[in-house]
Design a protein around this ligand. Sequence first.
Ligand code: DC
Length: 222
Amino acid sequence: MIIAIDGPVGSGKSTIAKLVAQKLGFTYIDTGAMYRAVALKIIKTKTPLKVSEIVKMMENTKIDLVQTEEGLKVYLDGEDVTEEIRTEDVAKLASQIARYGEIRKRLVQFQRKLGERAGNVVIEGRDTGTVIFPNAELKIYLTASPEERARRRYEQLKEKGFNVPFEHLVEKIRERDKMDMERKESPLKPAEDSVIIDTTDKTIDEVVEIIINLAKERMKKS
Ligand code: DC
């Protein structure tokens, strides 16, 4: 069974997808981590921001997602970059390069292969239900207001000891929404047959429960 979860930054996607996968014993695939890994490599190798150069670089790049006891680890050419890919700079560049069809095509191929190999998966990103697995048994689209998403990010950063102005975070979120939703190639949007869940006033556990119940219903039907 494939559960595809899409949504904008801060919608709770990653946290929720991880928990759903854990509870169902499914493999968790974070597609955004791959765009981030490519972006990190561009920064590290100073690859020019030209599609042909990036594609060439990708041919000599190995990205691995490894499921461990501590959660999903991301390896770039054998190096653990799980933490390093989480910065704002990497996120912004990931969103910029995600506009290009040639780059997406390669990552989508890889993501499909990973999903098919794993069998039972929760895959999360922006196009998992629209492009990667249009036949997924269950498609979820998570949303929340930009202010609520910024508040969540603010709390996360505060916990890590960073004090970033709230307004700045709202601005960053709007900027990334615009890039992800208005691009020509596989823009972020709900699949026609997705279940849309607004998480603004819901706890993580509530959303996880809704998804698990939907998954169980669909499993019974098939
Ligand atoms: O989910 P995330 O924040 O880690 O994703 C980083 C960027 O990668 C996001 O702004 C857009 C892009 N992305 C995408 O275009 N398609 C995906 N399936 C996943 C991420």
